[in-house]
Design a protein around this ligand. Structure first.
Ligand code: PMV
Length: 345
């Protein structure tokens, strides 16, 4: 292309898995299907300025929250190497990548999903600037495909409100990119709330890269991967019927199974903190005493995602403020809810 320079900007949300992706093959192919709620408030905003250059090396600078950042460079270098055959212009331009998150720095909230999807979308827009015109659905598919090569779960952040990734017998899907869930969704799941309790903002003990590898030769891997398939089949029916009690069973079991896999791998890890368990117990008591449909899920860390229907918002937030913030670092939590996916700015 003879275009000398330009800039593009995208905002992309984080997502929270209901059925967990844990274990992958070469080229970021998941061992089992997963499904997630796309979030609204927890986002990465990324602007990429591109300038034509002469040599043929990858060239980019990264600015995180206004300051030049070296720590992200190796991950982006690897990402560029993985996607270069799908984005042949990558060596022709210098990229200034300016990125920031709406959630606090080092909050323990993974920014890889929102970050990698935002960057993938920026690169897609640059490709369009340079003269390639994609239909909307293909644009999203390819953006999700690229995002997957940055960080697996990032492929579920391009669209909303529910996204499936990984081949399965129950829903339309692909191993290569996330697909908007095509089944019926009951109104009980509209505007579903996710309040993230920040139990531990420290560095993760286990990176997800290491975590996925621990599923190689894991004694329970085969059963676990099969379970994800059957849980997805069940969840599909639950999402249609609006059965919140059944939803809770699947979602909490998935979170505990993810952690059980880490506890039973070699080496083994416990990523929950005592405050994580305190919160879970308080939540179960509250649910029993108030006939509530609140439940929890976890990522590969100690923070707790409290999930609940929109009509319980006031009651659950009062409960969180009163009983659960004492288990959070500096009392911090983030209110979020389901969203529609990324946006060009
Ligand atoms: O996208 P990765 O490689 O960081 O893996 C994330 C895996 C979990 O967050 C633990 C589960 C999931 O499905 O998001």
């Amino acid at each position: 292309s003879n275009i000398e320079n330009g800039h593009v900007k995208w905002s992309s949300p984080s997502n929270i898995a209901l059925i967990k992706y844990w274990g992958k093959r070469e080229h970021q192919i998941p061992e089992n299907p997963s499904i997630s709620f796309t979030l609204s408030n927890c986002k990465t905003i990324t602007e990429v300025t591109y300038t034509k250059k002469g040599d043929k090396d990858f060239s980019f600078d990264v600015y995180f929250e206004g300051e030049k950042n070296e720590a992200f460079k190796p991950k982006i270098q690897t990402f560029f190497e993985r996607i270069e055959s799908y984005m042949p212009f990558l060596r022709d331009y210098h990229f200034k990548i300016e990125t920031s998150n709406t959630f606090p720095h080092s909050s323990g909230i993974a920014s890889s999903a929102s970050g990698m999807s935002a960057l993938a979308l920026c690169l897609m827009s640059i490709e369009e600037d340079l003269g390639i015109d994609y239909a909307d659905d293909y644009f999203n598919k390819k953006a999700s495909f690229l995002a997957r090569l940055g960080s697996g779960s990032a492929c579920r952040s391009v669209e909303g409100e529910l996204v499936v990734w990984g081949q399965n017998e129950s829903t339309e899907s692909s191993d290569l990119y996330g697909v908007k869930f095509q089944g019926d969704v009951h109104s009980n799941f509209k505007n579903y709330q996710d309040t993230i309790l920040l139990v531990d903002k420290g560095e993760k003990q286990v990176s997800s890269t290491v975590g996925h590898k621990l599923m190689f030769g894991h004694p329970f891997a085969k059963e676990r991967f099969a379970q994800a398939h059957s849980n997805l089949a069940k969840l599909k029916d639950i999402l249609a019927s609006g059965d919140l009690k059944a939803f809770i069973k699947i979602v909490e079991s998935e979170a505990l199974t993810l952690h059980a896999m880490m506890m039973t791998s070699m080496p083994y890890f416990i990523l929950m903190k005592s405050n994580t368990l305190q919160i879970i117990n308080e939540l179960w008591n509250y649910r029993a005493e108030n006939d509530s449909n609140v439940c929890f899920t976890l990522d590969a860390g100690a923070n707790v995602h409290v999930l609940y229907p929109a009509d319980e918002k006031e009651a659950v937030l009062n409960f969180i403020k009163k009983e659960l913030t004492k288990y959070c670092q500096n009392g911090h939590y983030i209110c979020d809810y389901t969203g529609l996916g990324a946006n060009q700015i």
